[in-house]
Write a protein that binds this ligand. Structure first.
Ligand SMILES: *Cc1c(COP(=O)(O)O)cnc(C)c1O
Length: 229
């Protein structure tokens, strides 16, 4: 039987190997452990193995976990990576350290207004829709450029980069096309500010291709915590 610590270290090895293959420094690639739907005990197991950043998709569930672990694991960085309705922005603004799925000005404005002054600015990625599927959330490349310049004016948000969820496919050619498109857009936006250092792409099944296209943050769920029920 493999433990969470085993699977975490396996995921880290995949990152190191993928970085070597494209002559990148693996230190510049962060592993985000996606703990959505998984119990606190599993987060604690990953924490005990040295993991410090966790991703959650659902506001309520995320808030409960953050509050439950506040005392015992105060150095966890919490990333919100799910879709967010505007009536739930306050919970993200008050509890999370990162927000990966901003794709509308209204959401950014609310997060900026609701971020407590006692906290550091909320780290933000703009979610771009690079997939062929209309159903996927995220803004267009053109919208992302406009939104980026708006967010950069907001005092309580810190724009860190871009995020995307590509088409769900095993077709490596399609994955590569989409990652390449996001990488190109990232280079345009990164040229506007030194604060921009995060390209959030790659999951359990495609982290190698994402790293080959410049990902600096891979979001890994099932490869660490097992399949979700
Ligand atoms: C669930 C989820 C992940 C993790 O996916 P796995 O395939 O389990 O690694 C990554 N990013 C987002 C946005 C997710 O919702």
């Amino acid at each position: 039987m493999t433990t969470i610590a085993d699977r975490l270290s396996l995921a880290q090895s995949r990152i190191v190997l993928a970085a070597e293959k494209c002559a990148r420094d693996s230190q510049e690639i962060q592993l985000l452990a996606v703990s959505k739907t998984k119990p606190i005990a599993q987060i604690l197991a990953a924490y005990a193995a040295g993991q410090r950043s966790f991703g959650e998709n659902y506001v309520q569930e995320g808030q409960e976990k953050i509050q439950a672990l506040q005392q015992s694991c105060p150095d966890i960085q919490w990333h919100f990576i799910g879709p967010l309705q505007s009536n739930k922005t306050r919970i993200v603004a008050e509890h999370f350290d990162w927000m990966h799925t901003v794709s509308r000005l209204k959401i950014a404005q609310r997060l900026d207004a609701q971020r407590p002054n006692s906290k550091a600015p909320l780290n933000v990625c703009i979610q771009v829709n690079i997939s062929q599927e209309d159903s996927k959330s995220g803004c267009s490349a053109t919208e992302a450029i406009t939104l980026a310049s708006e967010i950069q004016k907001m005092p309580n948000l810190k724009l860190r980069g871009l995020m995307a969820i590509p088409t769900a496919t095993d077709d490596i050619h399609v994955q590569n096309l989409e990652f390449a498109e996001l990488q190109k857009l990232y280079q345009v936006i990164a040229a506007t500010s030194n604060d921009i250092d995060t390209l959030s792409m790659g999951m359990s099944n495609d982290l190698e291709q994402a790293i080959a296209h410049g990902s600096t943050l891979v979001r890994i769920g099932s490869a660490i915590f097992g399949a979700r029920g």
